[in-house]
Design a protein around this ligand. Structure first.
Ligand code: BGP
Length: 478
């Protein structure tokens, strides 16, 4: 693992008010997929193992249907987060709990009431909520009957949904993220964009038009939030991957830059309010002609984001001169970096890459940055701890997070404005890419297994008390 040494000028603590916590997503932990009027979402019919055509009804053996049963255990779970000292918790609202089909005029009151209860519990513990409006949970009817975000009408449906959330919760939720990993629709059009056309048959024209609709909807939601209350802070959320040239050959350097820009384009539109020239050129070379109305242009230009949030798990390499060895499990593509160790799932472990991203994003956009996902997915083994209770001795998770947080502290010392850090999957949840329980990220172990068995009991891992010390010391113990 490559780490830059901590510089002499690095402060020992994080800034006052730094938001410490964790993140989860409705479809990966709530369960209760058909309770209290909830409609089906694309997740409920995801093929087992994630690849392949979606099923007609809820997928048999789909672990997400039960998740980790947060829907019924939210009070217990939030108490665990509070015990770790969380000052913030990022979670998503399941769109199909609020609008079961996605295109109704009126929301489902029972769905809204559930999140009232969650917010009550967070308030009781003094935990600041950060809400993702859409985290891979497009209502299934929008996928089946509209082909997801390829249809411009989704902009209106999403804006109605977002307005409903801002009006209902705006006095209690200050921070909002419009779309989880908006750039992931390039790679997972069904999961991320509700696009029912199979990936192999989807034209680039439809794919990029869908992305355009999401970008306009995001800007539209930002407008609505600011109209309702100018104090609401709306951010975009990007899957961040730094790309390094595999060799110093300028052609490799350029290939890495091109890969990096594929990611920058989304942030550029969110932050600068217009498509960058390099992106338009690449669309033209693919024969894509975006349909962009005057109103779209105005919305994008006038309603840019207040902050930029992102997930960071790995870096990658690019080459134009060497045989390509594709990186394992890397959603964004790229080739293997021979200098880095990888996780059990082949994700390159690169703490310094996080400092690079933080500096690059800050230099480019000058907006406050929020790391809303980072962590290590591993196989964990339950053992009996010194106190006789079940636990996981996850020193590997502690090292991973410690090394990444040291780089966040370095970036802050570099002058980057960082709002907070929410560790992904703070309580074990169902993995997005594998649809399994065995890829675990949490500080809390949940007794549930890939075959669906398990008591759903929660157990504190060793990293639980480590993270509590990190938060209590505002990062001084790193
Ligand atoms: C991000 C998603 C999350 C989450 C995380 C870890 O891409 O926003 O939903 O799951 O990755 O990925 P996985 O669960 O596949 O290990």
């Amino acid at each position: 693992m490559t780490c830059a040494p901590a510089g002499p000028s690095a402060p020992e603590r994080f800034p006052d008010g730094f938001l410490w916590g964790g993140a989860l997503a409705a479809n990966q932990y709530e369960g209760a997929y058909d309770v209290a009027g909830k409609g089906l979402s694309v997740q409920d019919v995801m093929p087992r193992g994630v690849v392949g055509p979606p099923t007609e009804g809820p997928t048999p053996d789909n672990l997400k249907l039960v998740g980790t049963d947060f829907y019924h255990r939210y009070a217990e779970d939030i108490a665990l987060l509070a015990e770790m000292g969380f000052t913030t918790f990022r979670f998503s609202i399941a769109w199909s709990r609020i609008f079961p089909r996605g295109d109704e005029e009126r929301p489902n009151e029972d769905g809204l009431a559930f999140y009232d209860r969650v917010l009550d519990e967070l308030e009781r513990h003094g935990i600041e909520p950060v809400v993702t409006i859409s985290h891979y949970e497009t209502p299934l009817a929008l996928a089946r009957e509209y082909n997801g975000w390829t249809d411009r009408r989704l902009i209106g449906f999403y804006e109605r949904y977002a307005r409903t959330l801002f009006e209902r919760y705006g006095s209690r939720v200050r921070y909002w993220l419009t779309f989880n990993e908006i750039n992931s629709v390039l790679h997972e059009p069904f999961m991320s964009g509700g696009i029912a056309t199979p990936k192999e048959e989807l034209s680039e024209q439809d794919l990029y038009q869908a992305i355009h609709h999401e970008l306009v909807a995001s800007a539209g939601a930002t407008r609505i939030a600011h109209e309702i209350d100018p104090a609401l802070k709306v951010g975009c959320m990007i899957l961040a991957v730094p790309f390094y040239p595999l060799t110093p050959d300028p052609r490799d350097v350029w290939a890495a830059k091109q890969a990096e820009r594929a990611n920058y384009a989304f942030g550029d539109v969110h932050v600068r309010g217009r498509y960058p020239g390099y992106f338009l050129r690449s669309l033209a070379s693919k024969g894509v002609e975006l349909v962009v109305t005057e109103e779209d242009r105005r919305t994008l230009a006038e309603h840019t984001v207040d902050f930029v949030s992102f997930s960071y798990y790995m870096s990658s390499c690019e080459t134009a001169t060497r045989p390509r060895q594709p990186g394992g499990g890397n959603l964004m593509g790229g080739v293997v970096n021979p200098t880095l160790e990888v996780s059990d799932w082949g994700w390159a472990i690169d703490p310094l890459g996080l400092r690079t991203i933080l500096n690059d994003y800050w230099d480019r956009w000058g907006k406050p940055l929020f790391i809303v996902e980072n962590g290590l997915g591993t196989h964990d083994e339950l053992v009996t701890g010194a106190d006789g209770r079940p636990t996981v001795e996850d020193s590997y998770r502690i090292s991973y997070l410690n090394d990444h947080l040291v780089q966040v502290r370095e970036a802050i010392a570099d002058g980057v404005e960082v709002m907070g850090f929410t560790a992904w999957g703070c309580i074990d949840c169902v993995s997005a890419s594998t649809a399994q329980m065995s890829k675990r990220y949490g500080f809390v172990y949940v007794d549930r297994h890939d075959d669906g068995t398990g008591s759903l009991e929660r157990y504190r891992k060793q990293s639980f008390s480590w993270y509590r010390r990190v938060i209590a010391s505002n990062g001084a113990v790193l």
